[in-house]
Design a protein around this ligand. Structure first.
Ligand SMILES: NC(=O)c1ccc[n+]([C@@H]2O[C@H](COP(=O)([O-])OP(=O)(O)OC[C@H]3O[C@@H](n4cnc5c(N)ncnc54)[C@H](O)[C@@H]3O)[C@@H](O)[C@H]2O)c1
Length: 371
């Protein structure tokens, strides 16, 4: 275990952030200061059990705040930054780009400015060991055809406003290293799944829609391929990179689980048929539903929809000895079971503008009563 160190995590109330904060505060032994603006994507229930933990502090605030962020560096004197705060939903970025530019581009730039000013004033070991770890996505590389993999050498070719804003943030992070010497590392990871993911993302959406007897919308012909990684594996990779990675470099991260969207949705349906059979769920039984797969509906494709993502994670394995530990089928079961056991969290995540449907939904009530 490393010496106890204070680190600043941004976006710690989001999906990956929640899992990462738990890892760092827990077995990681870090003192975590979590800066999060609590946008629609955050769920205050996610870290409620850490509220009184001696190594955890929450600060509600925006990474674009040019007063707050430098004051946090001054107050906590962090040994490094894990930068996760972002607008992350591709579909939302297609509808409205502004928040993506504000948070992902301007926010990252503001954070880099504050980190650079703070780091410039550090001396000796503290200066040498400081690290700004920028958590980015493989979507900055665009789309693959049937063959090939993304690696650290892949040229950037973002296709959505989301991936363009993340690409811009990556370029600023790189530039602060090249120009000012700020020790930075970028991780570009494939699609994560697991506990605490906001219910509008694909895997939780399918699980929750199925249990509610709602259609399971699959874009286009369902042939788009994503490479899935269990979120706890990714968090371990992030910690490994923070502790042992080389400043100025990037690491692509993935677990080698390529699946066509339609195959993934069918697999979720198969597991749900086994774990929570529709015949046991009140309104679904009445509708005579035999398998959740009957709810699958193909819908008009997303504009600019990347065809395939796949990761060659050889560098992080070779250089840092990291490898994913959770197999895809095991991780998917764990995820389904987590959502079934955390209905209060789902309700909270789905409250407000997003989720009136869940409140009104009979299937959920029936399931909750049953448990
Ligand atoms: N989820 C994935 O599959 C995936 C894959 C690769 C990379 N990433 C990257 O990992 C990071 C985290 O992703 P996630 O899925 O956990 O995201 P998320 O949408 O679940 O969470 C984002 C968090 O950032 C916070 N936030 C947003 N704007 C903010 C602002 N201006 N100031 C402070 N906080 C703000 C939100 O409140 C939320 O808690 C992102 O940078 C994303 O690009 C995600």
């Amino acid at each position: 275990m490393p010496e106890k160190r204070t680190v600043l995590v941004t976006g710690g109330c989001g999906f990956i952030g929640t899992n990462l904060v738990r890892l760092l505060v827990g077995s990681g032994g870090y003192h975590v200061v979590n800066l999060d603006a609590l946008t629609y994507a955050a769920n205050p229930l996610s870290l409620v059990d850490l509220a009184d933990h001696p190594r955890y502090e929450f600060v509600k605030g925006n990474i674009t705040d040019r007063r707050l962020v430098p004051a946090l560096f001054e107050k906590y004197q962090p040994a490094g930054v894990f930068h996760l705060a972002a607008e992350t939903h591709v579909d939302r970025s297609i509808v409205s780009v502004d928040d993506f530019v504000q948070t992902n581009v301007i926010g990252t730039y503001s954070l880099l400015e504050a980190a650079h000013a703070y780091w410039s004033g550090l001396q000796g070991e503290r200066r040498n060991k400081f690290l700004f770890l920028h958590v980015s996505t493989d979507e900055v590389f665009g789309s693959l055809g049937k063959e090939g993999y993304f690696s650290e050498e892949t040229p950037y070719a973002p296709n959505s406003p989301y991936s363009a804003s993340k690409a811009a943030s990556d370029h600023f992070v790189r530039a602060y290293h090249q120009t000012y010497g700020l020790p930075t590392i970028i991780t570009n990871c494939s699609n994560n799944y697991g506990p605490y993911q906001f219910p509008e993302k694909m895997i939780p959406l399918m699980i929750l829609n199925a249990l509610s007897g709602k259609p399971l919308p699959v874009y286009g012909d369902g042939a788009n391929v994503r490479d899935w990684i269990y979120v706890k594996d990714y968090c371990k990779a992030i910690q490994r990179v923070f502790e042992n990675g080389r400043a100025g470099e990037a690491y692509v991260v993935g677990a080698g689980n390529e699946r066509r969207n339609i195959d993934l949705v069918r697999q979720i349906c198969d597991f749900l048929d086994e774990i929570a059979p529709p015949a046991e769920i009140h309104p679904l039984r009445e509708r005579g539903l035999k398998s959740y797969a009957e709810l699958i509906q193909f819908v008009e494709d997303r504009p600019g929809h990347d065809h395939r993502y796949a990761i060659d994670a050889a560098k992080i394995t070779r250089q840092l000895g990291w490898q994913a530990e959770v197999g895809f089928e095991a991780g998917l079961r764990l995820t389904i079971e987590w959502y079934l056991s955390n209905l209060e969290w789902v309700k909270q995540a789905s409250s407000g503008s997003y989720g009136e449907w869940i409140e009104k939904n009979y299937a959920w009530r029936a399931l909750k009563e049953k448990k």
